[in-house]
Design a protein. Structure first.
Length: 163
């Protein structure tokens, strides 16, 4: 699984939550790796070479490792874009598309790539365009809903002057 985060802070938070969650998983226990700029790159490379199941990364470090072929995506089956609106507003849309192209869309045994796009602004046209470009028939799960007032709700404004 590859989880792409727009910032170092969010990547660290996600990584810590994965470590907490995996305590409840039995064998085989997944191995995770955090790939962020400013951290010890040799340690990150050692973790990658020992084998990992979950990669949490920021765009810069991920791009570096992919471009040097230090990280291969040939076995990636899950691709998560967290805070996709943040990734797009920071200008990483083309990079996301390049990464997506390198991930196999199906495995030899017929399992398809599964992709999750998370965003606080799902109604963003940029997020929708990217999801429609990269995903086949994306399913939208909207926890907030459109900003609207139902017809059954009436607003009354009452002004009182105190003299």
């Amino acid at each position: 699984m590859l989880s792409l985060q727009p910032s170092r802070e969010l990547a660290e938070q996600t990584y810590e939550q994965i470590k907490k969650f995996k305590r409840y998983l039995k064998d085989p226990c997944p191995r995770e790796c955090l790939l962020i700029g400013g951290a010890n790159s040799k340690q990150q490379m050692d973790e990658l070479h020992s084998g990992v199941d979950i990669v949490v990364a920021t765009p810069g470090r991920l791009d570096d490792l992919i471009s040097t072929q230090s990280l291969l995506l040939s076995n990636c089956r899950f691709f998560v874009l967290d805070e996709c609106d943040g990734l797009l507003s920071a200008g990483y849309g083309d990079m996301v598309s390049r990464i997506h192209k390198q991930i196999p869309k199906a495995t030899a045994d017929g399992n398809r790539l599964q992709m999750i796009v998370c965003s606080a602004t799902l109604h963003s046209m940029d997020v929708k365009r990217l999801a429609n470009k990269l995903m086949h028939f994306p399913v939208w799960i909207d926890l907030k809903g459109q900003d609207s007032v139902p017809e059954t709700v009436h607003h009354v404004v009452s002004l009182h002057h105190l003299f």
